[in-house]
Design a protein around this ligand. Structure first.
Ligand SMILES: Nc1ncnc2c1ncn2[C@@H]1O[C@H](COP(=O)(O)OP(=O)(O)O)[C@@H](O)[C@H]1O
Ligand SMILES: [Mg+2]
Length: 231
């Protein structure tokens, strides 16, 4: 389980996270909803080690992650699918997947078949350049690349952003498969309420750097959620 406890994060004098508490359990999809600029990406930077926190504690599997570099967190089993996908445009699809080998021991370096079962289009495009793929295909590739690292928790930053509905469905199915068949924890940051409600087991709503509401997906107050999601 991932535990974020009383975390603050600053950019210079500007505070982006204010006493944030969240948990992401194994075998569950945990969603953090919030509109643009409320601190969702900052929260994931804190979890993945891309930006230092100024207070609080983050732990995974009972071990503190504080002060640990991003590559060391990847070795601990934290897989990351960044906002905007960050595919390497000049590398092939296969090479993009192979960048996921970095945290693995040599003997474990292979591309799991699961990736192609979930996203068959990637198999047919293995020799194409990442930059030649559509946005939706790049999003599938970014999830595949994170799967190569054999994560225990996958952290995704707005995977539906700018993606066509049919591929959003594929991505939803893939996340359910990862949760149900591998017991992975999934921490999903989103603005898309319906996607979140369909998939999530537990939902947090973030506004201006704070968690302002939380509950199980079934008991989520949709009106309250919408109020925080509209500008
Ligand atoms: N690198 C940065 N330097 C300074 N301010 C930043 C930086 N990244 C984000 N911010 C600010 O922090 C706040 C939260 O941003 P962010 O975490 O990206 O929100 P979200 O992902 O929810 O859109 C915003 O006010 C944003 O302008
Ligand atoms: Mg963001």
């Amino acid at each position: 389980m991932l535990t974020v406890k009383d975390v603050n994060l600053h950019y210079g004098a500007a505070q982006a996270l204010r006493g944030v508490n969240i948990q992401a359990e194994m075998g569950k999809i945990t969603c953090v909803l919030g509109r643009n600029g409320v601190g969702k990406t900052s929260l994931l930077r804190a979890v993945t080690g891309q930006h230092p926190t100024s207070a609080g504690e983050i732990a995974f599997d009972g071990k503190t992650l504080d002060g640990m570099a991003p590559y060391a967190r990847a070795k601990q089993g934290i897989g990351f699918v960044p906002q905007g996908r960050e595919i390497f445009p000049l590398l092939t699809v296969r090479e993009n997947l192979e960048t996921g080998y970095a945290p693995l021991k040599r003997a474990d370096r292979s591309i799991p078949d699961d990736i192609f079962n979930l996203f068959p289009v990637l198999r047919s495009m293995l020799s194409r350049r990442g930059g030649d793929l559509s946005g939706g295909q790049q999003q599938q590739l970014a999830i595949g690349r994170a799967m190569v690292t054999r994560p225990k928790i996958m952290v995704l930053d707005e995977p539906t952003e700018g993606i066509q509905p049919s591929i959003i469905k594929d991505i939803g199915r893939a996340l359910q498969y990862l949760r149900d068949s591998t017991g992975m924890a999934i921490l999903l940051v989103e603005q898309y309420l319906d996607f979140c409600r369909e998939l999530a087991d537990y939902v947090y709503i973030m506004d201006r750097g704070e968690i302002v509401h939380q509950g199980t997906a079934e008991t989520l107050d949709t009106e309250e959620a919408r109020r925080h999601l509209t500008v």
